[in-house]
Design a binder for this molecule. Structure first.
Ligand code: ADP
Ligand code: ADP
Ligand code: MG
Length: 651
């Protein structure tokens, strides 16, 4: 066995690989970009080396730099994780040339499976069923359109170099083919530098069922059963489970045999996944599934397989890479219970699944019977815009599917994330959806049920705001009293703008706060009642996370951000002025007054404009001294939140 491993990846997978390597007694070597200098996988490692700035192109994708570190640190092998360099045949070859073992398949197998068209031809020859379609050389639009007609609509156009659901378009009508082709080619060129596509039949009621295969360097290839990944959005997996609901031993044997044959066709060893698309209209059948592609690496969703088989796939990867034989044979493997994984993302399903980055003010991930959490971030850490915004994988196991789903549901309910928005509420709604529970699965389930899954912009909830505002007010009051005592002069009205730290007084008896960036007056009496009564009556379970001048209130998986409006400094750090000297509108509203002209020199803190929203005016102050330039709006204009009003250049 190796004595050391360099992990050429980041986040949860780097940490997950490191844990197994450590348990096996290997020295763990991490590489990291500037964005990850303090990440848990770096702290955990025995040694860590910086490889470049945050963008992956300048760090995690720079093969030469990673190899140089591996040599310098004396790494005996390199584990690539998933994504990044994991399916890069040149990198696998470069490792071998440097005398360092690549923990993965032979470069020839990566290459053979790298392009979907070539892979389909290859496995077809080996007798594996493939989706009917055209996967040849010719790429003229008229020719492909003719092929689509022959195949019969609906068809799917796919980038041959594709991955991550990119460069893929479903076409339902002959009329729409050219346009869909052009846009698939554009996306493919942007994402993979390769515009080539294939056209295949769009399988009806499609179910994504994949088989985990494993080979060693002695010619043995086995499979670790299947996973169902039919819960998808934009061809990307959201929930994965094993075994596949409705699978019978006979059909499983057919899937397993096809997968092992496909792997053997390319002389595969190491961990790999054969992805099949199954026609789910009449349940899973031995004659109703087709090869889609092979992923020649460890898969994101491998933990569900580990939970039902009891094997550590990363340990097997390391053993196989070191030349050992697989420690089990097919007939020694058995399925124990059921496992489900949910991908917890920093994103906002309610706003088109936009990624949501920022500091993790709170991160409390559940623990419990049958639960496994794979995460790469910690409370106080950050979700950056540079990489995939996955916060954690929550995996639940149980004796049966229902128990596993119930455990996952409880886990999602007790997950607390403050700062970035997350998809917890969406995930919970999905695993509770009647069709999902009833095993009526297909890849269109999510899209058909967007409204039922709660993917609509939520209304601001007054009780939630009250809980957050009351806590802010109470804290501010304490602070005011402390300062006032120290100065031996209690201001006549503690809620006034005295000393520049009061909550902005709204109308009588209320305070002004920013809720999700919008100003609101909150009546404190109402707030007090709401905050005290509601949790007591037990109807709703609020979680309050207090940070600096912002409170996060979480309820039913939704997060509301309540921020203090500081009366004398309405520059709205995050929403208003920034370091570049841009003065932005703190909220969606109307520019009612502009006090400066182009070229004018202003002081830091000088009032430059007034924005009105929800019938309230908000002064906008200069974030720094300098000269006004680039005024973008006239008085009277409507502005979106964050719109740049003007800039202040160094005078
Ligand atoms: P899977 O079927 O396992 O989800 P994908 O091909 O979608 O496989 O990618 C696996 C994971 O790796 C995804 O989470 C994806 O976001 C990430 N990933 C893929 N390519 C890259 C890359 N070049 N850089 C960073 N992350 C990547
Ligand atoms: P990627 O490399 O992006 O993962 P895949 O070929 O694996 O590309 O396809 C991604 C997803 O698109 C699949 O998981 C499946 O849901 C859907 N899909 C792919 N091919 C078909 C098809 N022929 N019919 C219906 N759905 C398909
Ligand atoms: Mg795929």
């Amino acid at each position: 066995m190796f004595r050391s491993v360099l992990i050429a990846n980041r986040g949860e997978i780097a940490l997950r690989v490191a844990r197994t390597a450590r348990r096996m007694g290997l020295r763990v070597i991490a590489v990291y970009s500037d964005a990850d200098a303090k990440a848990p996988f770096v702290t955990f490692a025995d040694e860590a080396y910086r490889i470049g700035p945050a963008p992956a192109r300048e760090s995690y994708l720079v093969a030469e730099r990673i190899l140089a570190v591996a040599k310098q640190a004396g790494a005996e092998c390199i584990h690539p994780g998933y994504g990044f360099l994991s399916e890069n045949a040149e990198f696998a070859e470069a490792c071998a040339a440097a005398g360092i073992a690549f923990v993965g398949p032979p470069a020839s197998a990566i290459r053979a499976m790298g392009l979907k068209d070539a892979a389909k031809s290859l496995v077809e020859k080996a007798g594996v069923p493939v989706v009917p379609g055209y996967h040849g050389e010719r790429q003229e639009a008229a020719f492909l359109k003719e092929k689509a007609y022959q195949i019969g609509y609906p068809v799917l156009i796919k980038a041959v170099a594709g991955g991550g659901g990119k460069g893929m378009r479903r076409v339902d009508r002959h009329l729409d083919f050219e346009e869909a082709l052009a846009s698939a080619q554009r996306e493919a060129t942007n994402a993979f530098g390769d515009p080539r596509v294939l056209v295949e039949k769009y399988v009806t009621a499609p179910r994504h069922v994949e088989v985990q295969v494993f080979g060693d360097q002695h010619g043995n290839v086995i499979h670790f059963f299947e996973r169902d990944c039919s819960m998808q959005r934009r061809h990307q997996k959201v929930i994965e489970e094993a075994p596949a609901p409705g699978m019978t031993p006979e059909v499983r044997a057919a899937f397993g045999k096809a997968a092992v044959e496909a792997a053997k066709a390319v002389g595969y060893y190491g961990a790999g996944t054969i992805e099949f698309i199954a026609d789910g209209s009449q349940g899973l059948r031995a004659d109703g599934f087709y090869f889609m592609e092979m992923n020649t690496r460890l898969q994101v969703e491998h933990p569900v397989t580990e939970m039902i088989t009891g094997f550590d796939l990363v340990e097997l990867q390391l053993r196989v890479a070191a030349g050992e034989q697989l420690p089990v044979t097919q007939d020694q493997l058995a399925i124990h219970g059921h496992a489900v994984e949910a991908r917890l993302y920093a994103e906002e399903p309610e706003r088109g699944f936009l990624p949501s980055t920022g500091k993790l003010h709170a991160l409390r991930l559940p623990q419990g019977e049958g639960l496994r959490i794979d995460s790469g971030v910690i409370e106080g850490g950050e979700v950056t815009p540079f990489y995939d915004p996955m916060i954690a994988k929550i995996i639940a196991h149980g004796p049966d599917r229902e128990t596993a789903l119930d455990r996952l549901g409880l886990a999602l309910e007790s997950t607390i994330v403050a700062g970035p928005k997350t998809n917890t509420r969406f995930l919970k709604a999905l695993i509770d959806h009647p069709d999902f529970r009833a095993e009526k699965l297909d890849t269109g389930l999510i899209d058909r049920n967007l409204a039922a899954l709660g993917i609509v912009a939520p209304e601001i909830d007054p009780e939630t705001v009250a809980v957050g505002a009351l806590a802010l007010a109470a804290r501010e009051k304490e602070r005011l009293e402390a300062v006032a005592t120290a100065r031996s002069g209690w201001p006549s009205d503690p809620w006034s703008e005295a000393d520049g730290f009061a909550l902005h007084p709204g109308r009588e008896g209320s305070v002004r706060v920013l809720v999700e960036g919008e100003a609101r007056d909150v009546r404190l009496e109402a707030a007090a009642e709401a905050a005290i009564d509601i949790p007591k009556t037990g109807h709703r379970n609020f979680t309050l996370v207090e940070t600096g001048d912002t409170n996060f209130v979480l309820v039913d998986g939704l997060q509301t951000e309540i921020r203090m409006v500081d009366a004398l400094d309405v520059t709205f750090d995050d929403h208003g002025g920034d370091a570049g000297g841009n003065v932005k509108s703190p909220m969606h509203g109307k520019l009612v007054a502009l006090f400066v002209v182009d070229g004018e020199v202003v002081e830091k803190g000088q009032r430059v404009a007034i924005v009105e929203a929800m019938k309230m005016e908000h002064p906008v102050l200069a974030p720094r001294a300098g000269r006004v330039e680039g005024i973008a709006f006239e008085a009277g204009a409507q502005m979106g939140q964050g719109a740049r009003i003007l800039s202040i250049a160094e005078a």
